[in-house]
Design a binder for this molecule. Structure first.
Ligand code: TRP
Ligand code: SF4
Length: 404
C-alpha cells in the first residue's frame, strides 16, 4: 500500500475480439491518451475475457492481440507513459480470481445485469459456463491485483466496477481483521509523530462523525506522505479511517468514459455488430467509397429536393468533424437544395482521411516490425508483474496461505 498510490493509478482492458474502429478512437482510445499524462496507467489486452465468449475460436488471438496493441500505439498510447500488457501473461490475475472466488456469493455474479443480457444476446453460443459467470469477478481481479483507484470504462461496465468494490470490501472485512486491530492502529498513529498523529485523529473523527469526505481525502493524503511507517501500518491506518480493518485491497472507482458521439455509417452507434464501422486501418479509398455511398435523408431523391440534416447520418459526422462554418454551409445547402449530398460528404471524407492517414503510417511501421511491438508488450508485462506479485503475496499472507 505504501508503495502504491491507488488514487494515481488507472487500469483498463480491452477484449481482442476484432479490429478497432473510429468509435473506439473517439471513445476509449483518445481518453486513454489523455489519461496517460495524468495518471500511472496500466492498459491490457483482456484475452482471457475474450475467451469467456469466444472459447471456440482460438484464432482470434492470433489475429487480434498484436494488431490491437499496434492500434493503441498508432493512435498515441505511449509505452513510456503506460504499461501495455497481455492479461494471460500475468498469471497472478488468475490466482487472485481463484482466491476471490472462494468468498464471492454466487448471487452477486448472477445479479450482474450483463450476465443475463449477454447470454440472451449471444444465444447461439453456449454461455452457461463457469467461466462466463465469473467474467466480472475476473475483471475484479484485474483491477484489484494492481490496486488501481480509477477504472475508465463505458456505462455497460460500471456494474462490474461496483462488483469489484463489493468484493474488495468483503475481502478487507474478512481478512483485514486482526486481533488487537484497534491497539495496532493506535500504535501506528503514534509512529507518525505528534503533529501528524493529531491531524490524522481529527480528520478521522470529522469523517466518521460528520461524514466529511474532504476530511477523508485529506487524511488519505496525509498517510500517503508518511515515510517511516510500514506497509502493514499504512494499511491499518487507511482501514481505520473508514472503520473495519486493514485495507488490503482498496476499492476502485469507475471513471466513466465520455460517450463517443461517433455514429456508424447508418446513423446508429458505430459497432461491429451493426456492420457500420470504419476501421482505423481500413484502406483510405475504401473509406471514401463507404462514406460516398452511405445513406442520407431519403427525401433528397433529386438534387433539387430539399432535405433535413436532422434526418441524415452524415450530419452527425459533421458534428464530430466540421467547424461551425462548414456546419452552417451544410444546414443551409441541405434545406435549400443548394448542395448535393456528395458535395456535403466531401469535408467529412477529407477530415477522416486527415485523421487516419498519420495513424495508418504509424501502424505500418509497427506492422513491418512486429518484434518491436512484442518487446513493448514484454516490457509492459514486466512492470505489471512486479506490481501484481506484491499484491498477490499480501493476499496469500492475509488468507493464511504463507503461514506454515
Ligand atoms: N470487460 C471489459 C470490456 O468488455 C474489458 C475488461 C476486462 C476490463 N478487464 C477489465 C476493463 C478491467 C476495465 C478493467 O470492455
Ligand atoms: Fe445529408 Fe448533407 Fe445530403 Fe443533407 S445534403 S441529406 S445533410 S448528406
Amino acid at each position: 500500500m505504501s508503495t502504491v498510490d491507488s488514487q494515481q493509478r488507472v487500469l483498463s482492458g480491452m477484449r481482442p475480439t476484432g479490429r478497432l474502429h473510429l468509435g473506439h478512437l473517439h471513445g476509449v482510445l483518445n481518453n486513454w491518451v489523455k489519461l496517460q499524462h495524468e495518471y500511472e496507467c496500466f492498459f491490457f489486452v483482456a484475452d482471457w475475457h475474450a475467451l469467456t465468449t469466444h472459447y471456440g475460436d482460438p484464432a482470434i488471438f492470433e489475429e487480434n492481440v498484436l494488431d490491437m496493441v499496434i492500434d493503441w500505439l498508432a493512435v498515441g498510447v505511449n509505452p513510456g507513459s503506460a504499461a501495455l500488457f497481455v492479461q494471460s501473461r500475468i498469471p497472478e490475475h488468475a490466482e487472485l480470481h481463484l482466491l476471490l472466488s472462494m468468498l464471492t456469493p454466487l448471487g452477486w455474479l448472477e445479479r450482474v445485469p450483463s450476465y443475463k443480457d449477454q447470454q440472451e444476446k449471444l444465444h447461439e453460443k453456449e454461455l452457461d459456463t463457469y467461466g462466463f459467470l465469473g467474467y466480472p469477478l475476473l475483471q475484479a481481479a484485474d483491477i484489484l491485483i494492481y490496486r488501481a483507484g480509477h477504472v475508465p470504462v463505458g456505462a455497460d461496465q460500471v456494474a462490474h466496477v461496483e462488483l469489484t468494490r463489493e468484493t474488495a470490501r468483503r475481502f478487507n472485512h474478512i481478512y483485514g481483521r486482526e486481533p488487537g486491530f484497534e491497539e495496532n492502529a493506535q500504535a501506528a498513529i503514534r509512529k507518525m509523530g505528534k503533529k501528524s498523529a493529531r491531524l490524522y485523529s481529527n480528520l478521522r473523527t470529522a469523517y466518521q462523525e460528520q461524514g466529511d469526505h474532504e476530511a477523508l481525502k485529506k487524511a488519505q493524503a496525509l498517510l500517503k506522505e508518511q515515510q517511516n511507517i510500514s506497509i502493514g501500518d499504512s494499511e491499518r491506518l487507511y482501514g481505520y479511517l473508514e472503520g473495519g480493518g486493514r485495507m488490503i485491497l482498496p476499492e476502485p472507482q469507475s471513471l466513466l468514459t465520455p460517450t463517443s458521439k461517433m455514429p456508424g455509417l447508418d446513423g446508429q452507434k458505430m459497432s461491429k455488430s451493426y456492420d457500420n464501422t470504419i476501421c482505423l486501418r481500413e484502406p483510405l479509398e475504401q473509406i471514401e467509397k463507404k462514406i460516398s455511398t452511405m445513406p442520407t435523408d431519403p427525401a433528397r431523391v433529386r438534387l433539387t429536393d430539399p432535405g433535413d440534416p436532422q434526418k441524415c447520418p452524415v450530419w452527425q459526422l459533421h458534428q464530430t468533424y466540421s467547424d461551425q462554418n462548414t456546419r452552417d454551409w451544410v444546414m443551409d445547402g441541405c434545406k435549400n437544395a443548394g448542395i448535393g449530398c456528395l458535395e456535403c460528404k466531401k469535408p467529412v471524407i477529407d477530415a477522416i482521411i486527415a485523421e487516419l492517414e498519420p495513424i495508418q503510417k504509424e501502424a505500418a511501421q509497427y506492422e513491418k516490425d512486429p518484434d518491436i511491438v512484442r518487446s513493448i508488450i514484454a516490457e509492459g508485462c514486466e512492470t505489471a508483474r512486479e506490481s501484481a506479485k506484491e499484491t498477490i503475496q499480501e493476499v496469500r499472507d492475509a488468507m493464511g496461505l504463507s503461514n506454515w
